[in-house]
Structures are given as C-alpha cells and as structure tokens.
Design a protein around this ligand. Structure first.
Ligand code: ADP
Ligand code: MG
Length: 332
C-alpha cells in the first residue's frame, strides 16, 4: 500500500492503532481536541520542537526508526531539564507526496518505542502534505509541583557547574556521518554515531535532581555546553568558568579523536545534540547529586563554577583562555 492510497485519515487510523491511548475521562486521538488531566497540585509543563529534513536530519542516514526515537527524545530532554515528568505528546507530520509508507511506519515504530520506554501517551497531532521534505513536530506535556521546577534563572555565583553523561559524542558522530570517515576502532565509531542518531534523554536523573531540591538552575545541552551554559549565565545574571580538562568524554570519543592534536576541546564544549543535562548547584549538594547519578546509572561531573559576571570563560590546562571558533549552531 502507498501513502496516496491510504490517505490522511487512513494514516491517522494507523497512528491511533499503534499508540496506546489515554483512558476515560481523558481523550486522545479522534476528536477536535484532546482532554487531559494533570495530577492534583501539579503545574503543566509544555515544550515543542521541530525537526526538518535537510536541517536537522538527512534521509540519507536512512534510519527513520532512529529518527522517530530522536524526535521524541529531544522533547523528553526539554522536560527533563525542567525537572518535570513527561506524560503526553502530540505529533505533527508534513509528509512529501510519494514518501515511502514503510519509512513512515519505521518512524512511527521508533516513536512508539521511545514513548513506551518513557511512559508517555500520544494524545493527538496534525497531518499534512509537504512540498519540501519531511517535517516532524512533537509537542510534549508533563507535570511537576511548581516549587520544584528548575528554570535557567536560578544560578548563583559560587555554584558548581555540573554535566551529566559525556560531551562531544554526538557532534563527533555527526562529523563521522557527514565525512564518512573511516576509523580503525569500529566499536568506538559506532558508539559516537549512535549517540548522534539515538540520544538518551536524562529523564529520571533530571526529575530526581529537581525533586530532591539539589539544583539552582538547569538546561539540556542541545546546542553545545558553551552556548547552553551561556543561557544559564544570561538568565541568572552570572558568569561561568569552565575547566576544559574536567569535561567528561567517553572512551569511544577518546579512541576516535586520539589522532587529533591538540585534544579536540572544541567538539566537547561546542558540539551540539548530546542532550545531556547541565545544571548548577551549591557545593554542599555534591554528595547528594553523585548519589542520584549513581542511581540513574550515569556519570555526573563538576566542570566549573558560576562567577559574578563576564560570560562563559573556558580555561585550558595551561591556564590560558580557550577561544572557540563557533559557539554552537544557529539558524538564519
Ligand atoms: P482537524 O481537521 O480538526 O485538525 P484532524 O482530522 O487533523 O482534525 O485530526 C483528527 C484527529 O486525529 C485529532 O484527534 C488529531 O489530534 C489526530 N491526529 C491528526 N494527525 C495526527 C498525527 N500525526 N498524530 C497523532 N494524532 C493525529
Ligand atoms: Mg488537522
């Protein structure tokens, strides 16, 4: 069957059949609007993201299943960065006429898999044709007690700067995909490419840090640490000093970049799309934070300190200041 034979409503029926739906009195796909009930005392937390073919992904990477996973992962990551629990999402698709139906099915499989792993329900969306490439928009909704939500604006001078997981993998993976670079260490190449195509949102950890009241500000690292920590600084009215030698990098990252000289700081500090969390916290919270990271099964690392003012300064091991050539991806 082709998409043209299935039609818009046939496709929506297929989508509905594939995703478990909210139970009454809630209402998901099928009416003019969804009906959702946040838990008592909870604030609604909502975020939306757009992924466009040729801008955020290339179909030549050929893995619509992973793209489905990623399009939900980036939204889950936004809610994790607020310390919220994700509950529902909406999926809007603009699909070029003649787009292979099996690739749409693969995309939906990836979305359904990620949704099941994180216990989020598809509650609706919109579907239309596209004149230029596939466009996927996901809107996610979640909840948290208002006093626990973490904004970008709560950082204070003297706070530790933390990052979850490892940095630079996704940017390196993308570079390898784009350059089709052949590397001797195949497992390492595979790992970093996977980190680009299939990022893991740090939902449990973000929520745990928020619920224990450990952080002062939090953001997810989608545009690179330098850019995203910059947002915390702007909104908290602080500066930041990052020590580059403290940046956590994976063994695979090291294996793939060991031949680079000097150490590729730029990728770890400016490379985007790791979807790790960056947060700030008073120094007396260190032990409690490390305990939450251990429970989540991921590393958490202090990479620097918030300062009074002056933007983000990144220091090299010899004490000199690192000047990146770019500070993250910007559209337009
Ligand atoms: P309207 O014409 O009012 O926009 P639609 O016919 O587009 O309504 O949608 C009918 C139902 O199908 C709605 O519940 C809508 O949320 C759902 N829906 C449409 N497209 C999608 C999609 N891509 N994913 C999930 N639900 C969808
Ligand atoms: Mg519609």
């Amino acid at each position: 069957m082709r998409l043209a034979e299935l039609g818009e409503f046939g496709l929506i029926d297929r989508i509905r059949a594939r995703f478990p739906q909210p139970a009454p009195p809630e209402l998901g796909i099928g009416d003019d609007a969804a009906l959702l009930s946040p838990s008592a005392g909870m604030q609604l937390v909502v975020s939306t993201d757009l992924l466009a073919e040729g801008v955020h992904f290339e179909r030549s990477f050929g893995q619509l299943h992973l793209l489905g996973r990623k399009s939900l992962a980036v939204n889950l990551s936004d809610l994790a960065a607020m310390g919220a629990r994700s509950r529902w999402f909406f999926l809007s698709l603009a699909i070029p006429a003649g787009f292979p139906l099996d690739e749409i099915e693969a995309l939906l499989d990836g979305l359904a898999e990620q949704a099941a792993e994180h216990g989020v329900l598809l509650a609706g969306g919109d579907t239309c044709g596209s004149k230029s490439g596939l466009v996927i928009s996901v809107t996610i909704m979640g909840e948290q007690r208002p006093e626990l939500l973490l904004r970008r604006s709560g950082g204070r001078p003297g706070d530790d700067i933390w990052v979850s997981g490892t940095l630079g993998d996704a940017a390196l993976g993308l570079q390898l995909l784009l350059n089709k670079v052949e590397k001797p260490d195949d497992a390492a190449t595979e790992y970093v490419v996977r980190r680009h195509l299939n990022p893991t949102p740090r939902c449990g950890f973000g929520q745990a840090v928020a619920e224990a009241g450990l952080a002062s500000a939090m953001i997810d690292i989608s545009d690179g640490l330098l850019a995203d920590l910059g947002h915390i600084c702007e909104q908290s009215g602080c500066g930041a000093e990052v020590t580059l030698s403290l940046l956590p990098v994976s063994a695979a990252f090291k294996a793939c970049t060991d031949s680079f000289s000097p150490f590729p700081w730029a990728l770890a500090i400016s490379g985007g799309e790791d979807y790790e969390l960056c947060f700030t916290a008073p120094t007396d919270k260190r032990a409690a934070i490390l305990e939450r990271a251990k429970t989540a099964g991921i590393p958490a690392t202090v990479v620097g300190k918030l300062t009074d003012s002056g933007g983000v300064v990144a220091r090299l091991p010899d004490g000199s200041i690192f000047q990146p050539s770019t500070s993250g991806y910007t559209h337009f």
